[in-house]
Ligand binder design. Structure first.
Ligand SMILES: [Zn+2]
Length: 182
């Protein structure tokens, strides 16, 4: 990803700016930039995730900072993400977004996605029914309704199992294509 500065951005006192950063196994934090738009910080992280498979980065954050604020605790965590092996392709490319900061104790994942373009497996809340979670595997044109994030992960494992048990005539062609890309 090319570094650089967006031209002609004006920043004012009191404005919020966003800082995406990644954390490795040793706890070393590497900031990846600073943006005036939240969406730009997400784009920075997504670009990083797409090429992060061989790195030892295990967590990612987006912090919000207030410009010209002086004092303790000048930033809050807007988002925190954690990496795990993908339930479909087994590669270390699945990033889970954890629940918000108000959540006490162990922060539960709320959604997740594999950032390998060939796979793209995901678990996400339904955009209409907010209590509902769905999981999907675009390469196999599969989506499934599930009861929770963990059930979504299990749903993906089951989808993979259905393809691993290949050889059925009806799906043979699709399976071969999918497995070759994985
Ligand atoms: Zn995957």
């Amino acid at each position: 990803m090319a570094g650089g500065r967006k031209p002609s951005t004006m920043v004012e006192a009191g404005q919020q700016v966003f800082m995406p950063s990644v954390i490795d196994k040793e706890g070393v934090t590497t900031p990846l930039g600073i943006t005036t738009e939240e969406e730009d910080s997400w784009a920075v992280l997504r670009a990083f995730f797409a090429r992060a498979e061989e790195t030892d980065v295990i967590r990612a954050l987006i912090e919000v900072w207030e410009v010209d604020y002086i004092g303790e605790n000048p930033s809050t965590n807007l988002a925190e993400l954690k990496r795990r092996p993908c339930p479909i392709c087994d590669r270390n490319t699945f990033w889970m977004e954890l629940a918000g900061e108000e959540f006490r104790g162990e922060r539960n994942p709320t959604s997740g996605r594999c950032y390998r373009a060939e796979c793209g497996a995901w678990v996400e809340p339904n955009s209409v029914e907010l209590e509902r979670i769905d999981c999907g595997w675009p390469s196999a044109h599969w989506t499934k309704r599930c009861e929770s994030f963990n059930m979504g992960i299990r749903g993906l494992v089951e989808m993979r199992g259905a393809v691993d048990a290949a050889g059925r005539p009806r799906r043979a062609r699709l399976d071969k294509e999918v497995m070759r890309d994985l």
